[in-house]
Ligand binder design. Structure first.
Ligand SMILES: [Fe+2]
Ligand SMILES: [Fe+2]
Length: 264
């Protein structure tokens, strides 16, 4: 059995500190073989830097998946190809970096792919239809010895649930990210795909999706355009799921939520 941990969007400094506190012992205790985290909010709440990627690798994350904020920091285009960081594979605009990568764990070959949703009012980055894209991608891959792991970074729960059904039996796991709110619908779909609508996030539980709550409340109450600031201390959450993939069949056998809270 190969044990893969998927961690929800790591948000800012407090998110990184939460990974540092929880991940090393969790990896040992639960015998994690591969640790994948969504990295789009790693640096100060939006985007990534070389330094923050290297910091979180030192805590045990093997690979970062992408999102609508991967290239929020302009300088990151100069680093992405040198780091274990994916951007979304189906972006419409030309960006450097890779949308998928192969990883071998034990006897099993994995392909991790990052995908962006299109059914959203909040995501500004434009992407190709993820259903059509995956259909073509899997046809071209034409390899039943590889287990495909998908991070589907999308807003609409319907789009995520639908893509799960569409890919059931064709990928080993599809986990949703982006909303920063964990969902409890972990399940193995009938043909062997591990699925969850959203992993959640890793970072402050006291703001709104990681951002200081007073700023977000001002926006909802009026027309404030105050810049976002992220909560850097206090209570935090670690949201993830653990998937067991059968080394022989390449299908998933189990999926469970692994969530932790660190009180101040
Ligand atoms: Fe995010
Ligand atoms: Fe996002």
């Amino acid at each position: 059995m190969v044990r893969v941990l998927f961690i929800g969007d790591i948000v800012g400094r407090l998110g990184r500190a939460t990974i540092k506190e929880i991940l090393p012992s969790l990896k040992k205790r639960r015998k994690i073989d591969l640790c994948i985290a969504n990295g789009e909010n790693l640096a100060g709440g939006r985007g990534l830097t070389k330094e923050t990627v290297e910091e979180v690798i030192s805590y045990g994350v093997d690979l970062f998946t992408g999102g609508d904020h991967t290239f929020w920091r302009k300088d990151f285009v100069n680093h992405i190809t040198d780091l274990p960081v994916l951007r979304c594979a189906n972006l419409l605009s030309e960006y450097p970096g890779y949308g998928f990568i192969r990883k071998t764990v034990g006897k099993r070959s994995f392909l991790v792919i990052s995908l962006l949703g299109t059914a959203s009012t909040f995501i500004k980055e434009k992407a190709k239809n993820p259903f059509v894209f995956m259909e073509g991608f899997l046809k071209e891959l034409a390899d039943n010895k590889t287990s495909v792991l998908v991070d589907f970074h999308a807003e609409a729960t319907s789009e995520k649930v639908a893509l799960g059904w569409f890919l059931d039996g064709r990928v080993a796991a599809l986990v949703g990210t982006h909303t920063h709110v964990p969902t409890t619908d972990v399940r193995i779909l009938p043909k062997g795909t591990a699925f969850v609508t959203d992993l959640g996030m890793t970072g402050s539980s006291e703001g709104v999706l990681g951002v200081k709550r007073e700023i977000i409340l001002e926006r909802f109450l009026g027309d404030s355009r105050r810049n976002f600031e992220w909560v850097e201390k206090g209570r935090s959450v670690f949201n993830s799921v653990l998937v067991e993939v059968d080394e022989k069949t390449g299908k998933s056998r189990s999926i469970e939520r692994v969530d932790r809270t660190i009180e101040e």
